[in-house]
Design a protein around this ligand. Structure first.
Ligand code: UDP
Length: 238
């Protein structure tokens, strides 16, 4: 007998870099497929899943503007990069038999659906994974903020932030052997100590709407599903 999943509707946020494998840039299809399998394993529990994927593996607006590009143009390029990542994830999920919709904050009807809140909710109710792409549709934001925005709009109970490590530490656990992981931590502590869970506007938006954030390792096979089944290590920001 499976334990009941702790949440009925969740949003999974991953960075674009999670999709590039060891390549250092772009998309690595086997890595995309591996993550799609993790998503499917949670979908198989009957959990309704939203996803937001960053674009940093392809383009970041800040990098472009640092090299002389006009900032808003560079940010639109970053938003378009998230659409490519979303399409790759959609393809991988569909390959595993999981029905899935890419929903964009910037209209491109030939490529994906435009964002219409009630329609997206309906997809979730029909157990389709919804991948929200093109961020918030506005420059000067990040996909972390987009994730918090969509999680609120879709009435998700929690954001799962997939990272390389199994939670939030008081210092970089890769560099410091004595780094300590928090089991739970408040939004204000994360903001005050600049703990780099998500950017400050995303954390503030989550705090103001009482939306918990679970930081967990996406590299741990079965980790995402395990947490929903009440196992594994992670940090909850609340
Ligand atoms: N972006 C934006 N508005 C948004 C979301 C994203 O302008 O609402 C742009 C911004 O330039 C950002 C890029 O898209 O650098 C890629 O997103 P992000 O940096 O959040 O990706 P991640 O770091 O999660 O891979």
């Amino acid at each position: 007998n499976q334990p009941a999943p702790a949440y009925k509707r969740v949003l999974l946020k991953i960075s674009g870099e999670a999709l590039m494998g060891d390549q250092g840039y772009g998309l690595h299809p086997p890595t995309v497929e591996r993550i799609a399998r993790e998503v499917k394993s949670v979908h198989d529990l009957g959990v309704e899943i939203c996803m937001v994927i960053g674009g940093g593996n392809i383009f970041r607006g800040l990098q472009g503007s640092a090299q002389g590009m006009e900032r808003t143009t560079a940010d639109y390029m970053g938003m378009l990069a998230t659409v490519m990542n979303a399409l790759a994830m959609q393809s991988a999920l569909e390959g595993l038999g999981v029905f899935c919709r890419v929903i964009t904050a910037i209209r491109m009807d030939e490529v994906a659906e435009p964002y219409i809140r009630r329609r997206a909710v309906r997809h979730l109710e029909k157990k389709r994974v919804c991948i929200f792409a093109a961020g918030t549709g506005n420059p000067y934001f990040t996909t972390d903020t987009a994730a918090t925005l969509r999680a609120n709009e879709m009435a998700c109970e929690v954001i799962f932030k997939g990272t390389k490590v199994d939670g939030v530490y008081d210092k970089d656990p890769v560099r410091y052997g004595d780094a300590r992981r928090y089991d739970d931590i408040t939004y204000d502590d994360v903001l005050r100590d600049n703990l780099g869970v998500m950017d400050a506007s995303a954390i503030a938006l989550a705090r103001d709407n009482n939306l918990p954030i679970i930081v967990f390792s996406l590299d741990e096979p079965g980790g995402f599903r395990g947490i929903l089944a009440g196992e594994g290590t992670y940090t909850i920001v609340h």
